[in-house]
Design a protein around this ligand. Structure first.
Ligand code: FEO
Length: 168
């Protein structure tokens, strides 16, 4: 069992993960519209991964005999500029999520809530990986430069991303 406050924090985070998926879906649609099929694929997979994060939080709240309360999901942006700007927006969002996880962890530690602390460890590791992956895309885009051919080549690489097999 977790505290009422912990359940409230986790429900808030559930909404943040849903928003992440919604945002990446919007980014994927934008990339597709621009003809960046590889980036569209990368972002679609990212949106799917966020749903896995949602499922993890959802299951944990229920496992702790607390109640899942769904709130409205904020409308995401629909225009994201060039491909570099698009991925910079992804990194900025992931850093925001990392800060949220840190807040959740701080809360769990303050409550001596070891179960939630252990649960959150997965997210701590995941955020490091997500920021790293996104930064690598940004580095590739910066290295390639702002020509049509360079964008085409990086876009091709982004098309190879697939959703890894994970258990919730
Ligand atoms: Fe669920 Fe990308 O953080």
């Amino acid at each position: 069992m977790i505290s009422t406050e912990a359940a409230k924090e986790l429900n808030f985070h559930l909404n943040a993960e849903l928003y992440s998926s919604y945002l990446y879906l919007s980014m994927s649609a934008y990339a597709s519209h621009k003809g960046w099929k590889g980036a569209a694929n990368w972002l679609y997979v990212q949106a799917q991964e966020e749903i896995i994060h949602v499922q993890k939080v959802y299951a944990y709240i229920e496992d702790q005999d607390a109640r899942v309360i769904l709130e409205a999901i904020e409308k995401p942006e629909s225009d994201f500029g060039g491909m570099l700007e698009l991925f910079e927006a992804v990194l900025e969002h992931e850093r925001h999520v990392t800060a949220r996880i840190r807040e959740l962890m701080t809360h769990a530690l303050a409550e001596n809530d070891h179960a939630t602390e252990t649960f959150l460890q997965w997210f701590v590791t995941e955020q490091t990986e997500e920021e790293k992956t996104c930064k690598e895309v940004i580095d590739r885009l910066k290295l390639a430069g702002d020509t049509g051919l360079a964008i085409f080549m990086v876009d091709n690489e982004l098309g190879a991303r697939v959703l890894p097999a994970v258990t919730v």
